[in-house]
Design a binder for this molecule. Structure first.
Ligand SMILES: Nc1ncnc2c1ncn2[C@@H]1O[C@H](COP(=O)(O)OP(=O)(O)OP(=O)(O)O)[C@@H](O)[C@H]1O
Length: 593
């Protein structure tokens, strides 16, 4: 069985621990002869640009990674875990700086002739799957573009993006691999390298099940497909150390073992060495021998069983919001969404096939399905963002809130459907100064920029009545009270009252806090339908605990329908006893299971 940090103390027998410890000891003594890969003897870790006297992000860090070990960095706070991984990229400041460098082995004894010519920064790669704003300069971009006709600038296919030399886009790109020899490289050698790289590419693409998507435009790939593609792209650059932050996030249950097996074999071959960042709730693969557990500003590093046995993982969670409501779904309550034989096709790709699904007030659904099975597409039909939501003709039909989808303006649907999704998170306009209050309040009208006095929006008519304004203001305070920073910040000194948190700059918050604020935005208008797609991504454990308590305790009411999209059953805030139903998509076809 795979371990998780939470299960650790009770789940391991003494006999197993002894065996593992001996094994770890043996590994260490043989590995100790060589220089370590990573070596941080004892240092505080700061962000670059922090003023003198600032608190370190991590203190007294002692961490050494030897050849032959398999490490996972496990963190309860997304920020801290990522900070440790970023340190390995040279993006954080170590005080005192380690004498031999953080990567003594890579720095001192390059393992191949090619690596001698490569800067250290190219020999270590980080692929992060915890939320990250896209490289759009922080401006909003239209993430719904993927659902329609693909624009010319978005036409680059997966193959062209990952392997331009094969697709003929960039004939010379290989030369980048031989910076110092580019003019001397003879044709035969170039051909051989090209062939090797092509084989490596084909092998990786096959192992990660991406063959059939190679000629699709990048924007058309599902989240899980994109994540797998990013791993292939990183591996093609042949780093010597590959850091993968939350590689399991967003991956379906079928793909997880395949990816973990691949990472295991790569790490065994040291090509590259793989260090994974995992959330505390993620299972730790059996082949991981060592863990660096990052918690409350400290790093506990060592053999996996020792760390899991030693560390009582018990984040102090502040008191939960005392909201109550009737959660029991009503029988045959109002139908909010009715889909009959709904179809979505792109040329010959039939992505959704004859979907029949009704959402009623009070329903709690878990929408399931493998990567690429059509979950996001189904949600975009439901929100009206998908152009094919308009074009369902008899016998197909799509009714929202009692009327045909064509009878609704998309703007009015946005006020009735609250959404949290990775696409929305990534597209959020962070370049624009926006306070937490303003970000939350955009949820009333479903827009992305603050409108109207106090950012409370302008409603569909363009002006709010005094009653509507007062209700909106009250609702912002309610969600701030239920989900504000004081609900999940464990540090007494840093905890802020709702008013102070409300005035913070949204873009300056940690990734997890931004996710919580976007959840508040989805809930603030009490929309009839709430769609929670990968809602916990980026949040730390205390945030997740606070949000679950809030959602279960009345954050959504009996008159609202909720759809949770997740590959993990345990991520759904409601269980079978609460009447949760499951709708599963398999290759585009759907059924209740
Ligand atoms: N514009 C398009 N053209 C062709 N195929 C597309 C287009 N948009 C999406 N697809 C395909 O539709 C399928 C469903 O994608 P969707 O994003 O809905 O999957 P998903 O179930 O949400 O996956 P994940 O769990 O990975 O997020 C995928 O195979 C995707 O490649």
């Amino acid at each position: 069985m795979q371990a998780t940090v939470r299960l650790a103390s009770g789940a391991t027998t003494c006999a197993t621990q002894l065996g593992r410890r001996r094994r770890a000891g043996r590994e260490l003594s043989s590995a100790a002869a060589a220089s370590p890969i990573v070596h941080i003897p004892k240092a505080n870790i700061y962000r670059f640009g922090d003023p003198n006297g600032a608190h370190p992000v991590l203190r007294d860090v002692e961490w050494t990674v030897h050849e032959g070990q398999s490490w996972a960095v496990v963190g309860s706070g997304a920020g801290e875990k990522t900070a440790l991984l970023e340190t390995l990229l040279g993006n954080m400041r170590l005080l005192p700086p380690p004498a031999g460098g953080v990567f003594p082995f890579l720095a001192e004894t390059p393992s191949t002739s090619r690596s001698q010519s490569r800067p250290l920064s190219e020999r270590v790669s980080l692929v992060s799957f915890s939320h990250r704003p896209r490289a759009s300069g922080g401006s909003f971009y239209d993430y719904t573009a993927r659902y329609g006709a693909v624009r010319e600038e978005d036409r680059v296919t997966l193959r062209e993006s990952m392997f331009p030399e094969e697709s003929g886009l960039i004939r010379d790109s290989l030369k980048a691999f031989f910076v110092d020899k580019k003019t001397e490289m003879d044709e035969a050698r170039e051909r051989k390298v090209r062939e090797e790289r092509a084989m490596h590419f084909q092998d990786l693409v096959k192992k990660l099940g991406l063959e059939q998507f190679l000629d699709l435009p990048l924007v058309a790939l599902s989240n899980g497909q994109t994540r797998r593609a990013r791993i292939v792209k990183a591996l093609l650059d042949r780093p010597e150390v590959l850091l993968l932050d939350e590689p399991l996030t967003g991956l379906d249950v079928y793909t997880r073992p395949t990816l973990l097996d691949l990472l295991h074999s790569l790490n065994e071959a040291h090509s590259p060495r793989v260090i994974m960042g995992l959330r505390t709730q993620d299972p730790i693969p059996v082949w991981v021998s060592h863990v660096a557990l990052v918690s409350h500003g400290r790093v506990h590093a060592g053999p996996k069983d020792d760390i899991l046995a030693k560390v009582e993982h018990n984040p102090s969670t502040p008191p939960a919001a005392s909201v109550t409501s009737d959660q029991s779904p009503r029988q045959e309550s109002e139908a909010l969404v009715e889909m009959q034989d709904v179809n979505v096709k792109y040329h010959d790709r039939h992505v959704l096939k004859d979907i029949n699904w009704t959402l009623r007030a009070g329903d709690r659904w878990h929408l399931q399905g493998a990567n690429g099975s059509g979950k996001t597409t189904l949600m975009s039909i439901l929100t009206g963002d998908h152009p094919q939501s308009y074009t369902q003709r008899a016998p197909s039909s799509l009714h929202l809130f009692g009327k045909s989808r064509r009878a609704h303006a998309t703007a009015s649907l946005r006020t009735r459907i609250g959404v949290v999704s990775p696409e929305l998170y990534n597209a959020w306009p962070r370049a624009r100064p926006m306070s937490v209050w303003e970000a939350i309040a955009t949820g009333f009208d479903g827009g992305f920029v603050p409108l109207g006095p106090d950012g409370l929006g302008v409603g569909l008519s363009g002006q709010l009545s005094p009653e509507e304004r007062a209700w909106r203001e009250r609702r912002v305070w309610e969600v701030l009270d239920g989900l504000g920073q004081h609900r999940w910040c464990a540090d007494d000194l840093e905890r802020e009252p709702p008013a102070q948190f409300a005035s913070r700059a949204f873009a300056g918050l940690s990734a997890g806090a931004q996710s919580v604020v976007l959840l508040m935005r989805a809930l603030v208008g009490r929309p009839s339908v709430v769609l929670l797609d990968e809602v916990w991504a980026g949040m730390d454990e205390a945030m997740i605990a606070a949000a679950r308590t809030y959602l279960r305790g009345g954050g959504v009411g009996a008159e609202q329908a909720v759809v949770v999209i997740s590959h993990w059953e345990e991520e759904v805030p409601w269980g079978p006893a609460d009447g949760v139903r499951r709708y599963r998509l398999e290759a585009g076809a759907g059924r209740e299971v």
